[in-house]
Ligand binder design. Structure first.
Ligand SMILES: *Cc1c(COP(=O)(O)O)cnc(C)c1O
Length: 401
């Protein structure tokens, strides 16, 4: 590392609150699936800003659309209508089959909105104010107090107790564990269709179906968090679309704006008509013209670039290659995931492997201590996968031998 980059890092550590143990690199620009640091070193990127830059860095059409919107108007209050928000909501409805959209600034804020929607839905039914929400162990829904309250990882929560009340935890893919938590006060069940931070665990068909049936029977809202697994990552626009069941409420963010901070929670007409009304919820920035122009262009480009086809094709190739790698090394326990959301489970902490890969010009990230996570941009090629595997193999060899 150059003295210059070292200086940047030293400066950063004097001014930024230390809430991340950052990798020792300063990225300056990106192009396609490559990142460049301030020394000009090139990296193949299999993180994409954690499942954000679905279309790769520096996509010209995307950049031009944003520049055009900047020259028109960047922001106006949600007390007024704006064209990009109308267009973005229409496009989101089309790709999700949901009916009503509320734009947020982040994933966590989309979760907050989904929680408020569920509580209000319950409240309007029976006027009780002690409704319960069932969430899953090992889940991750964000760092704000509401989102943290449904995040099934005590390590993130403990120092910040008390959480918001009446949250119960069950086990993903264990329907009996959900049944044990259901009461007449349950207003919602929330989970990620594919758990991300918790270790890349996809929900099973059976679990999805049974939760859906339970929710229908008892008028409980099924809330799916698609913030990481949605927007094409698994080969469908939203991961739940693989299963033939539909949530009542869903959240999206990360790749939704491909880098412009924006998220959304969405719901069916029925929930929309029996939950939040004027005065119940709001945001200053959420769904501003710049953010919504990004969403519009992203959704158009998914179509124009046949992104879903690429995810299906290259995703299954990535699976094959990771499975083969797992066969080569006893220190790799297994591979799990769907499409371009994959995890390689090792028998030890993966930090050393990730650092070695970084030295060799490959950006990877973990999901929990023992899992290497692969959430690249959705435009990667088989050749990119081959190059990634070659560097990863070397890195694992050095750590595991
Ligand atoms: C990243 C993430 C969030 C939180 O999103 P932020 O934009 O970081 O607030 C919530 N849920 C899931 C599944 C995520 O991956």
């Amino acid at each position: 590392m150059s003295q210059m980059m070292q200086n940047y890092i030293d400066e950063a550590e004097k001014v930024l609150l230390h809430t991340y143990n950052r990798y020792r690199v300063v990225f300056e620009k990106g192009d396609g699936v490559y990142l460049y640091d301030t020394d000009g070193k090139k990296y193949l990127d299999f993180v994409a800003g954690i499942a954000v830059f679905a279309l790769g860095y520096n996509n010209k059409e995307y950049n031009d659309a944003l520049k055009e919107q900047i020259d028109k108007i960047i922001h106006t209050s949600n007390y007024y209508y704006n064209l990009p928000a109308i267009e973005a909501a229409k496009k989101l409805k089309k790709i999700s089959g949901m009916d009503r959209v509320f734009f947020t600034n982040s994933g966590a804020e989309a979760i907050e909105g989904a929680i408020k929607t569920a509580r209000k839905y319950g409240y309007l039914k029976d006027k009780r104010t002690d409704h319960e929400i069932i969430a899953m162990n090992h889940s991750f829904h964000g760092r704000t107090m509401g989102a943290l309250s449904v995040t099934g990882n005590p390590h993130y929560r403990d120092a910040f107790e008390p959480m918001i009340g009446n949250i119960k935890f069950a086990e993903l893919n264990d329907f009996d564990s959900v049944m044990r938590q259901v009461t007449d006060k349950t207003c919602a069940i929330i989970f990620e269709t594919v758990q991300g931070e918790g270790g890349i665990y996809p929900a099973t068909e059976e679990f999805m179906r049974k939760v859906r049936e339970l929710c229908d029977e008892r008028d409980i809202l099924m809330i799916l968090d698609e913030i990481q697994c949605g927007m094409g990552r698994t080969g469908e626009m939203f991961a739940w679309q693989h299963y033939g069941v539909k949530p009542d409420v869903m959240t999206t963010a990360k790749a939704l704006g491909c880098g412009v901070p924006v998220g959304a929670f969405m719901m069916t007409e029925k929930v929309g008509a029996h939950s939040l009304v004027a005065g119940d919820h709001g945001t200053t920035y959420g769904g501003n013209p710049l953010a919504c122009a990004a969403i519009c262009k992203v959704i158009d480009l998914f179509d124009a670039m046949n992104v879903l086809d690429n995810v299906k094709k290259v995703g299954s190739y990535l699976e094959e290659c990771l499975d083969a790698l797992a066969g080569e090394f006893p220190c790799i326990e297994t591979r799990r995931g769907v499409g371009l959301m994959q995890g390689l489970v090792m028998d030890r902490p993966v930090g050393d492997v990730i650092n070695k890969a970084m030295d060799k010009g490959l950006v990877l990230i973990n999901a929990g201590p023992n899992i290497i996570r692969f959430v690249p941009s959705l435009i990667i090629t088989r050749e990119n996968v081959d190059n990634m595997i070659a560097i990863l193999r070397e890195s694992i060899q050095e750590v595991c031998s």
